[in-house]
Design a protein around this ligand. Structure first.
Ligand code: SF4
Length: 217
């Protein structure tokens, strides 16, 4: 079981019905892998975080299996190793939801909380889950900096905070001032595809969080 969500009062139910395609996949995987989480993945981290990290959606053998964002797959290996270098973790990441890892000053959210087929949520699913992201960001009043991992997370954050996508174009290391005075920093997603192709190197990823720490309140 993953640790309790720091936003437990506003998380969607395990059976959130809003995205029929994702619900169908959820049911299929519940039958095939009853030991997996197979439900919307809750937030993980510090409720008083100054930094929010927003990913795309759960990976099939990562968060969809373990129930904790970025836990159990390649993307998590790089993310947790990187943020540990900036003192944002406590304990050792071991790829399971019960490894005792905690976050200090950071929280991890996803633009889409359920597993999408082929890691690709469609536009309606992104739109349907955006109110959950907006509600989470509204509840996290201490968050000043947001790191968006990939273009879809970037667009969802901008819209969730009332910004206009046309005025905040995605670009690795691009920074955007958002309504409410928060700063959004973009990064390529730390997926295996991006790291294998060299689109994102560990040094490039570190630079994103170094910048976030530099801007920290
Ligand atoms: S992706 Fe979000 S809105 Fe869609 S079913 Fe899952 S929790 Fe509900």
């Amino acid at each position: 079981m993953p640790p309790p969500s720091p936003l437990s009062g506003i998380e969607p139910s395990r059976d959130c019905p809003l995205c029929p395609r994702l619900v169908a996949l959820r049911h299929e995987l519940r039958a095939a892998h009853p030991d997996w989480w197979n439900a919307p993945v809750p937030a993980f981290g510090d409720p008083r975080a100054w930094l929010a990290i927003v990913g795309l959606a759960p990976g099939v053998r990562g968060a969809n299996s373990t129930g904790r964002p970025f836990t159990g797959d390649h993307a998590g290996d790089l993310l947790f190793a990187t943020i540990a270098g900036f003192g944002l973790t406590r304990g050792r990441y071991a790829g399971t939801a019960d490894d005792g890892l905690a976050l200090d000053g950071a929280i991890i959210l996803n633009a889409v909380k359920c597993l999408p087929p082929a890691n690709k949520p469609d536009a309606a699913e992104i739109r349907a889950c955006r109110p959950h992201l907006a509600e989470a960001l509204a509840a996290l009043s201490s968050v000043r900096i947001i790191v968006a991992l990939g273009r879809i997370a970037h667009q969802s954050v901008v819209q969730a905070l009332g910004g206009r996508p046309s005025q905040a174009r995605f670009g690795h290391m691009a920074e955007h001032r958002l309504p409410g005075g928060r700063v959004l920093i973009d990064s390529y997603h730390c997926s295996r595809y991006n790291t294998n192709t060299g689109r994102l190197t560990p040094a490039m990823f570190e630079a994103v969080f170094a910048r976030a720490v530099m801007l920290a309140p």
